[in-house]
Write a new protein. Structure first.
Length: 172
């Protein structure tokens, strides 16, 4: 069995990509309020800062900053995924026959890909590049023409508070 060793770097921003097991659907945007609530509850239990976030139909990207001395983002992702799964199970449902034998054996509902992709941010330039990536991902996928047109993005918060330099809006 594979053992994933993730770096333990406290207070360093981390970029994540988290995807549904079945790509191509609309579940995350259709149930975005359930996802937001799962994040809110998890964040209240185990605090973390959100530098950027974008929710697309079948995957999401975000950048978190955990508190000093706390590196356990895997537990947080597990809680968010479990809460979202429970929140949509009765309302939406999914075909359990699509689960792999390993997911069945582990009692996995099969909604999410089991793992996530993470990247520890190296410096301010790397952070700006990954924030831009979050903003521009809906454009890259052809959902909208400009980042501010996508409703499920922290770009709206960043516009409201003037958080980032407007020059960062354009892709390099």
């Amino acid at each position: 069995m594979s053992r994933y060793l993730r770096p333990r770097l406290p207070a360093v921003p981390v970029f994540f990509t988290v995807a549904l097991a079945q790509r191509g659907g609309q579940l995350l945007v259709d149930q975005v309020e359930v996802l937001r609530e799962a994040v809110r509850v998890t964040q209240a239990e185990r605090p973390f800062g959100i530098e950027a976030w974008v929710v697309l139909p079948d995957h999401l990207h975000c950048i978190w900053r955990l508190p000093e001395g706390d590196c356990d983002y895997s537990v947080r992702w597990g809680a968010i995924k479990a809460r979202f799964t429970r929140g949509v199970r009765d309302e939406v449902g999914w075909n359990p026959t699509l689960r792999s034998p390993s997911k069945v054996a582990k009692g996995d509902a099969g909604l999410w890909q089991r793992r996530f992709w993470d990247h520890h941010i190296r410096d301010e330039r790397d952070l700006a590049a990954h924030v831009r990536y979050c903003w521009w991902n809906p454009v890259k996928h052809g959902y909208v023409q400009r980042p501010e047109h996508w409703p499920h993005s922290s770009v709206h918060r960043d516009i409201a508070v003037g958080r980032h330099d407007p020059r960062a809006w354009d892709m390099p």
